[in-house]
Design a protein around this ligand. Structure first.
Ligand SMILES: Nc1nc2c(ncn2[C@@H]2O[C@H](COP(=O)(O)OP(=O)(O)OP(=O)(O)O)[C@@H](O)[C@H]2O)c(=O)[nH]1
Ligand SMILES: [Mg+2]
Length: 544
């Protein structure tokens, strides 16, 4: 039981996609590849999709078989011999057929003829027998001086479901035939037959070597599996065999799908050759870190961080310092305000200028950004084909013109955390006021005693504490206490300022990391998604 289920699953897993499935995959691949892979190649894929879709929408009961070849090879004669009808014009004049003629057996093929652009058409009314479903075309030659002839051949070679190449003993090796047509149709050998006609004009002992020579040439074209027949359209030799081969294909009704599949496979293979199947490299954290470093440098993050440290230290000194030095330090402007990074109420308000005054990146900083971005793009695309590594490189720099504005916005938006006022600052300030009051009171008291003494007036003895007169104690305590608190506060504030600077640095880098994401990593990701889509779609289109 299990083996049956497994067998079924394996069968389903291996199920071959329909032409429609392949076409949808090819279309998806072409859409995602547009602008990334070669335009001409993508156009070709789109053309195949359009052409194949229109063919699929038409009669699937008919198989369009075209007789193609050089002038005089006997295409028209073969048309008549195969059908038993004298519909095609045969003549010793070269070239004879200048307009494609067609005949259809079975259901009405008018729509199909319309799509093929074949005007000279004949719907065979008689019971069709083994020719039921055949649409046979007699093409003009591909090698006469009439340009219109080979253009018509080129056009129909793209459209028909099956090709019978009629060659003759004189011209079967012509470069025009092999280079212009057969070699390019190497992917289509399942829907081709090669016929060496005029074989009655070749002595019996030369026929086999000639066929072998023809096979050798076909092999060189990449056509090893294509059937080769020898015929004489005038004497009827080999005609039955050819008809048998053709009618089998017509009865199977698979030639149209096979031809379209071959078209899809041909262009999808070329796309895959250019697109490749390599894995894009995942970016290490350190590489992303390099990017953030370079951007942070360009954004002047070190300048801002330094300003945060100095600003915090300065405000700390104002709050906790000895009142005299605190007043003096108010005379200098705040370093952050100078960068137009106002502390505001919460520390993240702007000055209203909308733009920080962090200097524009220098050329060296900008060059570092460019080099780092290039290195990132190169790393991601290292194992991809040039088409994709180029696309990734282009995408990586596509948004860099916004760099300065984006960095500025990131800095301006970041809460630098510089405005917080710790509780101990407030306590220290109260203490400094108390020390100052003690100092002033002590000094005033002593001054009063001094004046009274000068005026030779008796003054009451000031009370003593701890062996010191109280005014002296007040003066000394106020002075030493204020200065000592200032010194200790300064040391602690140094640590606070450094911690705040580190935290500002972290927040700024987080904001800058978002900028690298928006400007560089997301565009690269977009290309990688397209690559994944192309790769998956092509593998579906080429599924065996
Ligand atoms: N001996 C011999 N003559 C043939 C054979 N097939 C065609 N012919 C003759 O070759 C000449 C050209 O034949 P067509 O059938 O008109 O050749 P075609 O390939 O249609 O030529 P175009 O229409 O000019 O492209 C005619 O005189 C035919 O009678 C053949 O198998 N043996
Ligand atoms: Mg002809």
């Amino acid at each position: 039981m299990t083996s049956l289920v497994e067998g079924a699953r394996r069968l389903v897993g291996r199920s071959v996609p329909t032409v429609g499935d392949r076409l949808r995959s090819l279309e998806a691949a072409a859409t995602a590849a547009r602008g990334r892979l070669d335009d001409e190649l993508v156009d070709r894929a789109d053309t195949v999709v359009r052409r194949a879709s229109s063919r699929l929408a038409l009669s699937g009961d008919h198989t369009v078989v075209a007789l193609a070849g050089a002038t005089g090879s006997g295409k028209s004669s073969m048309f008549n011999a195969l059908t038993g009808l004298e519909l095609a014009q045969v003549s010793v004049r070269r070239p004879t057929t200048s307009v494609t003629a067609g005949a259809a057996w079975g259901d009405d093929a008018a729509e199909l003829f319309e799509w093929l652009g074949v005007q000279r058409r004949h719907q065979v009314a008689a019971p069709a027998g083994d020719l039921d479903g055949l649409v046979l075309l007699d093409l003009p030659d591909h090698d006469s001086t009439e340009v219109a002839h080979h253009l018509e051949v080129d056009r129909l070679v793209q459209l028909v479901d099956m090709l019978v190449w009629v060659v003759d003993p004189q011209k079967y090796a012509d470069a025009a035939l092999h280079e212009r047509y057969l070699r390019r149709l190497a992917t289509h050998q399942d829907v081709m037959i090669v016929v060496l006609n005029h074989v009655d004009e070749v002595p019996h002992d030369e026929r086999r070597p000639m066929v072998e020579d023809l096979r050798r040439l076909l092999k060189h074209d990449g056509l090893t599996g294509v059937p080769v027949l020898t015929t004489s359209a005038t004497l009827g030799e080999g005609v039955d065999e050819l008809r048998a081969l053709v009618t089998v294909r017509v009865r199977e009704k698979k030639a149209a799908a096979a031809r379209l599949t071959a078209d899809v496979v041909a262009v999808a293979s070329d796309l895959r050759k250019q697109s490749g199947t390599g894995e894009p490299a995942a970016l290490a954290r350190s590489t992303k870190g390099d990017l953030v470093d370079a951007f942070a440098d360009a954004a002047g993050v070190p300048t801002v961080v330094h300003a945060v440290q100095r600003s915090v230290a300065r405000r700390g000194a104002q709050q906790t310092g000895w009142l005299v030095t605190s007043w003096l330090s108010r005379l200098k402007p705040d370093p952050l305000r100078r960068l137009h990074l106002d502390l505001g109420a919460s520390g993240k308000e702007l000055t209203g200028l909308g733009r920080a005054s962090v200097p524009e990146p220098t050329r060296v900083q900008r060059a570092r950004v460019d080099t780092t971005v290039r290195a990132v793009a190169e790393r991601v695309g290292a194992d991809l084909t040039p088409a994709w590594s180029d696309a990734i490189r282009r995408a990586s720099v596509s948004r860099l013109e916004d760099l300065n504005d984006a960095l500025d916005r990131a800095i301006v938006r970041t809460d630098l955390g510089a405005a917080k006022v710790p509780l101990w600052w407030r306590l220290a300030k109260v203490l400094q006021v108390v020390f100052a009051i003690a100092l002033v009171a002590g000094a005033g008291w002593l001054l009063g005693l001094l004046v009274l003494d000068y005026l030779q007036m008796t003054s009451p003895e000031p009370p003593e504490r701890y062996g010191f007169p109280l005014p002296t104690l007040l003066l000394l305590a106020g002075l030493i206490g204020g200065i000592a608190l200032g010194v200790v506060g300064r040391a602690v504030n140094g640590l606070v300022a450094r911690a705040r600077a580190r935290s500002a640095d972290r927040r700024l880098r987080a904001a800058i990391a978002e900028v690298t994401e928006d400007l560089v990593l997301a565009p690269i990701d977009h290309e990688l998604q397209a690559y994944a889509e192309v790769r998956a779609a092509l593998s579906a289109a080429l599924h065996r």
